[in-house]
Design a protein. Structure first.
Lengths: 145, 159
């Protein structure tokens, strides 16, 4: 029978290892669980539907924050965006939020950012109705900036 | 009090608070870990990669926006190193906006990938992953030959 779980001694270390289904712990080159490796832990997760009420005849303004308990650092977070076509884009296609200002002026885009305690969205988009899906992990990317 | 750990030959389950790990009706949402899963969130590395290439333009500020996809005259390929594995891991890259503007907003800023900006931009070669590196050739403007600076969030997963 395949040994998949080892609590004790392995390769000179003490710890806990679990190999993937069908893989023996002695020959595994990756682990489902390893006390020697970090794992993604979810801090906050949710969705937010933004229905804009302010437009400039072409673009709709979307401005909202997705707060989460302050981590004291900027965490790893992923965001998916669903627009009018009904598809969720991940990583999000943020080009609809951009404005190309011309040669030499560069490209500017609205703010979509990750702070220590929130995800912030502030921008203009051709869709009035947009839904954001987000997951914040307890993994430090940066000190607060 | 719920018994949240089940460990027997070839099987390890850790259930969430209030759920009994030996309950046969346990759903995946009731578990923190199940040895039958194919992936459990093990990561090799995750962080922020900031491009070290020179800037084509000085920093400027727009009240409601920030500059992305800065041009550079540098052509070297970007490399993100991670601890060497004996397999090629799955990697997630999330494009970021120019890091010079992060402190103005007090946060790390996401941005569209440079490659999708316009058909006049092409990457010199595909992005590749090896046992220990993410190799990111630069995006080039076909018209004027300028390359593009790119910053990323990277996640190297144990799968």
């Amino acid at each position: 029978m395949t040994e998949r779980i080892r609590l004790g001694h392995k390769d000179g270390e003490h710890g806990l290892w679990v190999s993937p289904p069908g893989v023996d712990i002695a020959t595994a080159n990756r682990f489902l669980l390893s006390s020697a490796a970090d794992m993604l832990k979810i801090h906050a997760q949710g969705e937010y539907r933004s229905i804009s009420t302010l437009d400039d005849s072409v673009y709709w303004k979307h401005e909202f924050e997705l707060p989460f308990p302050d981590l004291g650092y900027i965490p790893l977070a992923i965001v998916g965006v669903k627009q009018g076509n009904g598809e969720v884009n991940f990583p999000p296609n943020l080009w609809p939020f951009t404005q190309y200002l011309g040669v030499g002026l560069g490209t500017y885009m609205s703010v979509i950012g990750i702070a220590t305690d929130r995800i912030k969205v502030y921008g203009w988009n051709s869709d009035k109705d947009i839904t954001f899906y987000y997951t914040v992990f307890r993994h430090k990317l940066l000190d607060g900036v | 009090m719920a018994d949240r750990l089940l460990m027997e030959a070839g099987k390890l389950i850790v259930s969430k608070e209030g759920k009994d790990a030996s309950d046969p009706a346990l759903t995946p949402g009731d578990m923190m870990f199940n040895s039958d899963w194919l992936f459990s969130g093990t990561i090799i590395a995750a962080g922020v990669h900031v491009d070290t290439a020179s800037y084509g333009f000085a920093k400027s500020f727009a009240e409601d926006g920030f500059r992305v996809n800065e041009g550079t005259s540098d052509t070297y390929t970007q490399v993100i190193n991670f601890p060497e594995q004996n397999y090629v891991p799955t990697v997630l890259l999330i494009p970021l906006g120019d890091s010079r503007y992060w402190s103005d907003f007090g946060m790390l800023l996401l941005a569209p990938g440079a490659f999708s900006a316009t058909t006049s931009l092409v990457r010199d070669a595909p992005i590749t992953v090896t046992y220990s590196q993410i190799i990111i050739p630069r995006v080039r403007n076909v018209g004027n030959g300028w390359r593009t600076r790119e910053d990323f969030i990277y996640v190297v997963m144990g799968m």
